[in-house]
Design a protein around this ligand. Structure first.
Ligand SMILES: Cc1ncc(COP(=O)(O)O)c(C=O)c1O
Length: 405
């Protein structure tokens, strides 16, 4: 075995050519240096993880369920948890619910059961990078549809739906990762209607559903589709943003034939999501009062951090850098003048000891070079003020201008 590289190269599946190291992970490696400020990783705030509550609940579960909590269990998932999820989704019963090991696994399994090489998948531009990584090994052809302030542009969407046969369209209507956009009610209704008109299933990724800062939550695409008869939306959500991402407990809710296929795919992937973790999530969410208070803390903390970041951006960014002010979720999305390449900007920012995620990897069509994502969820006031100041310096340098400070 002299040259392991070539020994294995001739054996790897062709699809591995489409699996590449993610830009996010490469950047995260740099940010461990002392004094570095990173807004790159989309990490939920660790200071809000309910550690004591989890410790107590684990004790209670082990006392009540004993070895059953540590035994193999059904692929579909822990029934009380599936019942709880179904109770939140109009028209759903536990048979419509599959528990998955993170919504990331949900994306992979959906890719596995829907996508053949060359299958067309409609995506937003930009879209969640992790979904592209999950779908890529199944070799889809992406058709990207542009967005305005409210989300997918309807005329462009309709033209795409008319022109192609899609396996599904992947949509993130609520505080989209990466752009933070919230799709309004009228847009939601129009998209659900168009999808039904052109018989294109919607995959709705709702990871940030609970993280709104004010107002009332808007109905999910799943709920709106249900009002029209149902059956055209596969819905994904997770406990990662409200409890703790390390638990890896999430759910897919969808029409029975889709859930059935996902069950078989999951059997081959990991048999089931860890039994103890599913019981734990159920034990935490079933106390509605506590769970609402926990979500309330997260909303308040993220809103405060969002406002700090907004103030810093207003102070340190030149006028021709634009952003969407997020009303929930974890991200600011910045758009720079066309000549500013955010990958080049990142190199400059790293010299200033700060990091963000360049926007281009979030575009399946390779556009978005002048965009970038900043995460505020895990940062302190000091880090935000200093980090955005450093970004401001890098931006001014790249644009050949004098920085504000
Ligand atoms: C839009 C979106 N979907 C899915 C995920 C994956 O979440 P998890 O696998 O932790 O449920 C994330 C994580 O950041 C996300 O932002």
């Amino acid at each position: 075995m002299d040259n392991l590289e070539s020994y294995y190269q001739s054996r790897f599946a062709a699809r591995t050519q489409r699996i590449q190291a993610s830009t996010i992970r490469e950047i995260l490696k740099l940010t461990t240096q002392p004094g570095f400020i990173s807004f790159a990783g989309g990490l939920p705030a660790a200071d809000l993880f309910p550690i004591e509550r989890i410790a107590e609940a684990t004790q209670r579960i082990l006392q009540a369920h004993g070895a059953q909590a540590l035994q193999y269990s059904t692929t579909e998932g822990y029934l009380p948890l599936r019942e709880w999820v179904a109770g939140r989704m109009p028209g759903a019963t536990p048979e419509h619910v599959q528990i998955v090991s993170g919504s990331q696994q949900g994306l992979d399994l959906i890719g596995k059961v829907f996508i053949d090489p060359g299958s067309k998948v409609l995506v937003e531009a930009p879209t969640y990078l992790g979904a592209l990584s999950a779908f890529n090994p199944y070799e889809p052809e992406y058709i990207s549809v542009g967005m305005d302030e409210e989300g997918l542009q309807l005329d462009e969407l309709e033209a795409a739906l008319k022109a192609h046969h899609f396996k599904f369209m992947y949509v993130l209507p609520t505080f989209q990762n990466p752009s933070g956009r919230l799709m309004g009610l009228e847009r939601r209704k129009a998209i659900v209607e168009l999808a039904r008109k052109y018989q294109t299933p919607i995959l709705e990724d709702d990871a940030y559903a609970e993280l709104y800062f004010s107002g009332k939550p808007l109905p999910t695409l799943y709920a709106l589709d249900q009002e029209l008869g149902g059956g055209n939306v596969v819905y994904l959500s997770t406990s990662s943003k409200t409890l703790a991402p390390g638990l890896r407990v999430a759910w897919v809710v969808g029409p029975k034939p889709v859930i059935q296929k996902i069950v078989y795919a999951k059997q081959g992937a990991d048999l089931h999501t860890p039994t103890l973790n599913q019981m734990l999530v159920y034990e935490l969410v079933r106390d509605g009062e506590w769970f609402q208070a926990q979500i309330g803390k997260i909303r308040h903390t993220y809103q405060t951090r969002r406002t700090w970041m907004l103030e810093a951006l207003q102070k340190y960014m030149p006028e021709d850098i634009g952003w969407i002010v997020p009303e929930g979720g974890m991200f600011f999305w910045l758009t720079a003048p066309a000549q500013l390449d955010s990958l080049e900007l990142l190199k400059q920012a790293v010299e200033e000891k700060m990091a963000f995620v360049p926007g281009q990897p979030f575009y399946a069509d390779g556009s978005g070079k002048n965009t970038l994502r900043l995460s505020y969820s895990s940062a302190s006031h000091e880090q935000i003020a200093e980090g955005i100041k450093r970004l401001g310096r890098a931006v001014h340098k790249m644009l050949g201008r004098e920085p504000v400070v």
